[in-house]
Design a protein around this ligand. Structure first.
Ligand code: NAI
Length: 247
């Protein structure tokens, strides 16, 4: 399973799941662009980890929620390399709280980053992938997109929107050998879940048949497979990486 000669972009690749995915794609041979929004040091660290493994990593700063900046930055990557083969829409934020207590600005931010951000990136890559007659788009959704979760109405809605985007784009692009899939992680050990209280973690663990939280590497392996030639007949699917939490 090699990705030599391919160019990949991972949004929000400076830490957590995005970092693990970027490292895995680069290890597998793809020139991998690590998009970040604010933390340049963290993005540089991902690049250094890739270099230590003998891979090629580059950084690209833009806010995925900003349509113009996203088109311009992804345009630069395509001009630099003459191609872009793999897009992983990983950038995401979580703002939790019961809907009655949330502010309009919270869901604007959630939908703007998690859903519109992915649309912005898909829009920027689809033309070149159509021309190449090869591409892979992998959207990082969430278990809550399918299962729902009290306190995460807007987050779950943004992730459920990603599933609709995945399936529709899979239909639009299939004839050009472009596969579009979603990966739906359960609870993964990253900064996003670090804030959960011990009690909340215990409650979650009780519901996971595998009795552990996932690791970013658990997700990265699946993404690397979906990015490969071996996954060329898989499109429009939701691949759940959740230790059995939701079946
Ligand atoms: P994280 O908070 O550690 O990483 C998110 C990354 O996205 C960060 O690098 C952040 O800078 C970046 N980002 C946020 N807004 C951005 C923007 N506007 N433009 C560019 N980059 C931006 O979170 P984690 O856990 O690594 O999550 C990665 C993805 O996986 C997210 O989409 C998240 O919703 C999803 N996910 C995570 C789960 C978990 O348990 N950790 C479970 C299910 C889904």
């Amino acid at each position: 399973m090699r990705l030599d000669g391919k160019v990949a972009l991972v949004t929000g690749g400076s830490r957590g799941i995005g970092r693990a995915v970027a490292i895995r794609l680069a290890e597998t041979g793809a020139v991998t662009y690590i998009n970040y929004h604010r933390d340049e040091n963290a993005a540089q660290q991902t690049c250094s980890l890739i270099a230590e493994e003998g891979g090629v990593g580059r950084i690209s700063r833009f806010d995925v929620a900003d349509y113009e900046r996203t088109q311009a930055s992804i345009g630069d990557i395509i001009r630099e390399n003459g191609r872009l083969d793999i897009l992983v829409n990983n950038a995401g934020i979580a703002v939790d709280g019961l809907l009655v207590r949330m502010k309009e600005s919270d869901w604007d931010r959630l939908i703007g980053t998690n859903l519109k951000g992915a649309l912005n990136c898909c829009h920027a890559v689809s033309r070149v992938m159509i021309r190449q007659k090869w591409g892979r788009i992998i959207n990082i959704a969430s278990v809550v997109a399918e299962a729902g979760n009290a306190g995460q109405a807007a987050y779950a809605a943004s992730k459920a929107g990603l599933l609709g985007l995945t399936k529709s784009l899979a239909r639009e692009l299939a004839s050009r050998s472009i596969c579009v899939n979603a990966v739906a992680p359960g609870f993964i050990k990253t900064d996003m879940t670090a804030a959960l209280s011990v009690q909340a973690k215990e409650k979650i663990l009780e519901q996971i048949p595998m009795s552990r939280l996932g690791t970013p590497e658990d997700v990265a392996g699946v993404v690397a497979f979906l990015a490969s030639d071996e996954a060329g007949y898989i499109t429009g699917q939701i691949i759940r990486v959740n230790g059995g939490l939701y079946m």
